[in-house]
Structures are given as C-alpha cells and as structure tokens.
Design a protein around this ligand. Sequence first.
Ligand code: DOR
Ligand code: ZN
Length: 344
Amino acid sequence: MTDTLKIRQPDDWHLHLRDGAMLKAVLPATAAHFARAIIMPNLVPPVVTAQQAASYRDRIVAALPDGATFEPLMTLYLTEETDPKDVLVAHQSGLVHAVKLYPAGATTNSASGVQNFDKIRAVLEQMAQIGMPLCVHGEVTDHDVDIFDREAVFIDRILDPIRKKTPGLRVVMEHITTADAVSYASSQDDSLAATITTHHLVINRNHILAGGIKPHYYCLPVAKREEHRLALRRAATSGDARFFLGTDSAPHTDANKLLPCGCAGCFTAPNTLSVLAHVFEEEGALDKLESFTSLNGPAFYRLPVNPGHITLERSPPVIPAQIETEDGPVTVFDPGFPLHWKVT
Ligand code: DOR
Ligand code: ZN
C-alpha cells in the first residue's frame, strides 16, 4: 500500500477568492498547497479591464500570509462591451491568462455576462489569434430548460457553434458536471480542455436533496445523477491531458448559504488535496493524481510545471469544519467520509 505520495506542486485552474475581508480569510488555504490559481473575476463590480485585473492582483498579493509564495493568474470578465484591444493589452501584460464567459444570469454575479453571443465575435476572433483561453461557464439560462439539462444544452446550442465559427479558439469548459461534457471534450482536438471540481467527484444530486436539503452541497452547475459523477471520475483519473483540476472553491458565509434563496458554491480549498487523494485511491489511480492536479493544466495554459513538489502522507489531516471571517463562518466542504491523506 502506498503511504506517501510526492507530486509536483499543484495549481488550481478555477478559483474564487472574492475581495476584502473574505479574500484575506480564504487565501491562506489555497496558498498553503497551490502554487498558482486562475482567479475568477466575478466580483461586484466585475473585473472587466486589464487595469482592474492588475489592481485585483495587487490586492491578492497584499493579502498573502507572510512568506507565502503564490501566483494569481488573472482573468477578465467578458461582457458585450469588452474591447478586443483591451484583451490584447491584458494578454501582453503577462498577468492575465484567460477571459471568462458567463452567460448572463447563469450564476453568482453573472448579471453583466453575455446575452447575445454575436456581440462577442470580435473578442473571440482576437483571442483565437493570440491563443488566449476562453474559460466558459457552460450553462444555458433559458427558463424552459431544466436546470439538470442546462450544461448539455449549452454544448449543443452555444459552445459547439462558437467553436466551429472561431477556428483556433482555445476553450476550457469549466467545472463540467455531465457525461455529455466528458464525451464532448474527449471527442475534440487539443484546443479544448475541461476542468473538474473536487466536489463533483464526490457528490451527486441525491447528496443535495435526499433526506433533507443540504445547502452546502448546492453549487452551479448543480451536481447531476450518479452516472454523471462516475463519468467525471473516469475522466479525472484517466490521465487524459484535456482534464485537469479547477476546484471552483467558492466561499460564501453560512449566513448567505442558509437562506430561503441561498448562494451557490462549495468551499473546498482547505481539503481539496486530501479529498482528491481519497478519490483517486478509490479509483485505483493514485498514479494519475499528479497529471490531474499539476501537469495537465500548465500544459494547456502553456506555462511551465511548478518547480517544487508536495508530499501527501497517509494520516488524518486536521482541517477545520469552518473558517472564520469578519462576516461570520464559512463552512468547509464535507466529503461525507473521513479523510486519511494529508499534505505534509
Ligand atoms: O457554485 C458556484 N459558485 N458556481 C459558480 O459558477 C460561481 C460560484 C460563486 O462565485 O459563488
Ligand atoms: Zn466558478
């Protein structure tokens, strides 16, 4: 039995850090384990220009614990007004590594997102030319489409047509949740990749809804049927370079989760690596963990692999159930099983 596992230091290719007091409270959990992360721009107001991304980056760096080395890889929030020239400036700055597409109304702070996809044509052409990845929240928002079908419908109605119209556009399907997304990503060329969260490898929709409603398991895209979770597990543990970790760790205070209309998001930053090691071991694929957390992402983003390593050891980690913030506690994702891998 393997009792220690040394892997390249991981990166998180999809992370919400928020701002202000919340940023300060949640950043240490990510910086403790991860070298870099793609930082989501859905602040209020959103991070839409290269200049805003640079100052958000400064705030993140300023919030790092003493001695921590962590590199925020910034993104721009795509709106119908985004200027292709600003995308170019952002790309040339070397600080901005992707543009994030939220369909308007799809999720937290997505009101400024895209409604009319024809209005972003020029930006997409520009991105295809410079090779900048488009990170896509892949869900339609049509009220007549069932929430459990929104990802599959998005692939057919929006994503595939956009990719066909924009040859060379590099796309990351973010936080995929369906077998449909796995098979679409697997069937395309290497201009397409997909991130998978930690929690979608662990929970299906029963975990949210059966035996009482569990707001801490509610996120978007919402977890689907068991067959989809199993497809995600096969993709994540396959070693296929198109699939890599994006935790979508999305902190909300308990006060904002436990409401009649609660926020979407699972806060997985503190225990992600322990949970992943557990999942990969269950799948008999501990040897594939490093590809998923540390190798496939840099390859897609055309960045070097991290120079350092981390070691996981078979022993119960000490992870708090909640972290405290100025606005109250934030509950850490509960995988529902005891963890026995810790990062040393
Ligand atoms: O569950 C989610 N939470 N999904 C998202 O797409 C956004 C995120 C957030 O920002 O809270
Ligand atoms: Zn997200």
